[in-house]
Design a protein around this ligand. Sequence first.
Ligand SMILES: [Zn+2]
Length: 260
Amino acid sequence: MQKLRWHEMTAPEIEDAVREGHDVIFLPLGSVEMHGPHMLTGCDTYIAEALCLLMARRAGGLVLPPVHYSWPGATRNFAGTIRISQEETTRYIEAIVRSLVEQGFKKILLVSGHGGYRWLGPGFAREFFERTAVPVIFMDVGMFRDGPQLSRVFEGKDGSYREASLLLGALHILGKDGLLDLSGVQEDVAKQPTPSFGRVARYGVIGHDCGTLEQHVAPRKDASRDKGVEYLKLLADRFAQLSSDLDGYLEFLSKKQSRS
Ligand SMILES: [Zn+2]
């Protein structure tokens, strides 16, 4: 079977794979942070990596080693979180993307499993295009909301069920079943009341930190590995459909550039 993971390939193997059409490059973006009392600090990275592998299989691509360290968001005061700033995160991602562009790659996808990137990723993709004319794509697992098939998978379930299921599914896809066992999880941990700024979130944004482990993420022992796998596979299928749109857009851009 075709190898897809960049850091498990030799340089000539990468050159051959690209020549044979594996020219979409996926960069998984994760975090190193506390994920409740029950989930792994690498949760977001595993989810991004598994999704990238599925997408690369369907769209003909290669998967770079993931970026683990990033701006966490609200978990900096807990053991397990490594915090770097938004600016450091963006500059590091930009350095990786620039190196890919210098090597001639045109189809570059940044795939995030971490909510913190929803603040940085879109701005980076838009501004990088203005400066370089390279249309890098940024996507986040939580940003795909379209399509009844997708929303049906976690219908009636909350975010904590969804994320635990995605992690179980991702570990399965990566051949790491057994790294996470939720059977002994205590769900009845006393939760602190939601801080009074909660209503602001409906209208805007306010600086905040999590006050308890359970605020990110509430323990769930009923999470479903199979639903996690199903959701990630559906996302990858949808991406495979988008991939031809990207070819068309690149063609449009190159015609436009050759005219100007
Ligand atoms: Zn997470």
